[in-house]
Ligand binder design. Structure first.
Ligand code: GMT
Length: 378
């Protein structure tokens, strides 16, 4: 039906800082670069999406906060906008990132349209939509329903595929399509960034996250406080949300001079070029896009061996995986990496090679296109 003609694709994601929104924005950009027409539908323009780019369109969802409602509703106006954009732009498919409420809204939008004008629905699960909300009796049945009604389901790791089957009892086919990352050239050179951060000869441990409790920033700070490197080490933390609730944690651990925070950074490459290693202490991660971002720039990671992280980092080759959630074990792994420059550089190089070989746009985007072609052919 669609042969190889460019597709008209609607993408819905959370526009704020977060892995699923970043991935969806990058995917939209890559698809547009490959000649497809991409329509983003969300309450706000995704933050990493360029202001203007060929074949990329943004359709805001307007939400009226009626007094009548105790809780403002987003799902219905989103589904109405999805149906409107699908009809006006003859979309072939709606690709929704993060099931709640996007998959339900897409299914509803599709059913508002007449036969023959209905877009296919592709749902990508990113993590807590399965591992947290999937367990919640208030959400689980709605997620399961939306997945059963989707024309294709993808997960960002094999770990998440298995969890989705286990927790939601999904029997439909699930395609694993890993996250990808295409590093951009830094906007500033390393010296400029070092000057901005007032760095001397300190070792720099990098961390980026949305600071949600699952990221265990408390454990990250405890681990940093226990580092015993010859040269002083600092933590450079890119916070995708307000860092102020963590300021007392930093003070309590006596880390005021050793933690540098930048909030809502768009050009992550600028900061990664001054990093010696990266650290991720999450309780669970379906993939850990931030680790891939670090690896893509040759920065080796120390991370907990949880969720899909072992699919991203090979322990002892492209990074270090730690089985424990004890700060001294995490600190010891980081100490040994920071203390051995040769090993660190070799792991950084292996990380970069792995990121390129397995998780680049060139490798991953055609997998999404194959899913699209498959659902559009039926
Ligand atoms: O599931 C979440 O917590 C939200 C989501 C997000 O929007 O940040 O994060 C998930 O999606 C990322 C992109 O696919 C993955 O790299 C993250 O590992 C994943 N987070 C968790 O599984 C906790």
């Amino acid at each position: 039906m669609t042969s190889d003609r460019p597709l008209r694709i609607g993408i819905t994601c959370y526009p704020s800082v977060g892995g699923s929104g970043i991935l969806a924005s990058e995917l939209g950009e890559e698809l547009a670069r490959r000649g497809h027409e991409v329509h983003f539908i969300s309450y706000q323009r995704p933050f990493r999406l360029p202001a203007a780019a060929p074949r990329i369109f943004f359709h805001p969802v307007v939400i009226n906060d009626y007094e009548l409602f105790k809780y403002p509703d987003y799902t219905l106006p989103l589904s109405v906008k999805m149906a409107e954009v699908a009809r006006d732009h003859q979309l072939d498919l709606l690709h929704v990132h993060y099931a709640v409420p996007h998959a339900t809204a897409a299914i509803l939008a599709r059913s508002m349209l007449p036969d023959g004008r209905r877009p296919r629905v592709v749902t990508t699960l990113h993590g807590t939509d399965t591992t947290l909300l999937g367990r919640d009796p208030g959400y689980g049945p709605a997620i399961r329903h939306a997945l059963a009604q989707s024309d294709a389901i993808t997960t960002v790791s094999e770990f998440l595929r298995v969890e989705t089957v286990r927790l939601l009892g999904v029997s439909e086919r699930i395609d694993v399509v890993h996250n990808f990352f295409e590093p951009q050239a830094p906007a500033r050179n390393a010296d400029e960034v070092r000057r901005e951060l007032k760095l001397g000869d300190e070792l720099v441990v990098f961390h980026a996250s949305n600071m949600r409790p699952v990221k265990r920033v408390d454990l990250l700070l405890d681990s940093i406080a226990r580092l015993r490197t010859d040269r002083p080490a600092i933590l450079l933390l890119l916070a995708g949300a307000d860092f102020s609730p963590y300021v007392p944690h930093v003070q309590r651990r006596g880390l005021r001079e050793r933690v540098l925070v930048r909030e809502k950074v768009v050009g992550i490459e600028d900061y990664l070029q001054v990093a010696d290693a990266a650290m991720f202490t999450s309780e669970s991660e379906s993939f850990c896009l931030s680790a891939l971002e670090a690896m893509s720039l040759g920065v080796p990671c120390v991370a907990r061996r949880v969720g899909g992280i072992p699919e991203v980092i090979e322990d002892g080759v492209s990074g270090v995986l730690v089985d424990s959630d004890e700060p001294h074990d995490l600190a010891a792994a980081m100490d040994s990496l920071l203390g051995d420059r040769e090993r660190r550089l070799a792991m950084g190089a292996a990380a970069k090679t792995r990121a390129r070989a397995l998780f680049s746009a060139e490798v991953i985007v055609p997998r999404y296109e194959a899913v699209y072609r498959r659902v559009c052919a039926t």
